[in-house]
Write a protein that binds this ligand. Structure first.
Ligand code: DGY
Length: 325
């Protein structure tokens, strides 16, 4: 392989990661951090051996074909989710794809608990009231939320992040944790994380006081939580989504919240991000956060290092640690 392969990096990355990229490789950074357009992505795939991409790059078949005949040989995705990449097309065209699992698990799980607590204790409503100068002082009936400790948490998708949330919720908050997953966890994982499997998604939705989503975005999970599922939830229940926006039918969520079918929601991810459904913006009982699940210095540097580990393996011809295509 070429001794100085060209790497194109599609977004700004933490300084330590960019430093390593430019000192070790012929790396082109995106210094103004502007999102690449589809033609710019095709050009990057044509000009580079490796593209270090992120979830803001829709890497469709059309984008790959726009780069042909010369095509990068590795897409090193900075992130664990890969619903923005057409893996089947990448496979057909001989482009290897890697992601960065594991390193953002703990921070995303912490963030999920933060979102759950914020919605339960009406934190955004309180902060808005205070900042807008509407707070008139303490009173016994002011902004009453709902208790988290001891309640039932339903986890949809029980991979690394779902399990880390379960551990926090059961050990830290004494919650009774139920989960639903395509693949049931081992008895050992269930014991360690304090979770019990339920037979169906419907059962989980009916029993949980809080529902949190941790499944990947795939064609099968698109709108997994739609009108019928929201109707199954208890009226006092709260929905948390730190997975991917597509998993929830946002229009159905808006209608269900308006109809009082559930009490509140906390959303870190959105169907058409960065665009936010205008009615979500108007609902007071929704906590809205701009996709910050893994946004700690520690996670983001670790994600960069993991992408670099995949690049190193690729360049040395070794097995890719996190190959997804
Ligand atoms: C991921 O890694 O897919 C996250 O959504 C980014 O934090």
């Amino acid at each position: 392989m070429d001794s100085s392969p060209r790497i194109i990096v599609t977004r700004r990355l933490p300084e330590a990661v960019e430093h390593e990229l430019v000192t070790r490789f012929d790396a082109r950074l995106n210094l103004d951090d502007r999102q690449f357009t589809a033609p710019e992505l095709s050009a990057a795939l044509r000009e580079a051996d490796i593209v270090l991409c992120t979830l803001t790059d829709p890497l469709s078949r059309a984008v790959f074909l726009g780069a042909a005949p010369a095509l990068a040989r590795l897409l090193a995705n900075f992130g664990v989710g890969f619903n923005h990449i057409d893996l089947a097309a990448a496979r057909e065209l001989g482009i290897a794809v890697t992601n960065t699992p594991g390193v953002l698990t703990e921070d995303t799980a912490d963030h999920t608990m933060l979102m759950l607590l914020a919605a339960a204790r009406r934190m955004s409503e309180g902060e808005r009231e205070l900042r807008e100068g509407r707070w008139t002082g303490w009173r016994p009936t002011h902004l009453l939320g709902t208790r988290v400790t001891g309640k039932v948490l339903g986890i949809v998708g029980f991979g690394r992040i779902g399990q880390a949330v379960s551990l926090r919720a059961s050990a830290g908050f004494g919650m009774k944790v139920l989960y639903h997953s395509r693949r049931p966890a081992t008895a050992d994982v269930e014991r360690r994380t304090g979770a019990a499997a339920v037979g169906s998604l419907d059962e989980l939705l009916e029993r949980a006081d809080f529902v949190t989503l941790h499944c990947p975005a795939t064609p099968d999970t698109r709108h997994l939580i739609g009108e019928a599922q929201l109707r199954r939830m208890q009226r006092h229940a709260i929905l948390v989504n730190t997975a991917r926006g597509d998993v929830v039918d946002e229009q159905a969520l808006v209608s269900s919240l308006r109809a009082g079918l559930l009490a509140a929601a906390a959303l870190d991810v959105f169907e058409h991000e960065p665009a936010i459904h205008p009615e979500l913006l108007a609902l007071p009982n929704v906590v809205l956060v701009p996709h910050l699940g893994s946004a700690t210095v520690e996670s983001r540097v670790a994600m960069g290092r993991r992408a670099l580990a995949n690049i190193d393996a690729f360049l040395s011809g070794s097995t890719l640690p996190d190959r997804i295509a």
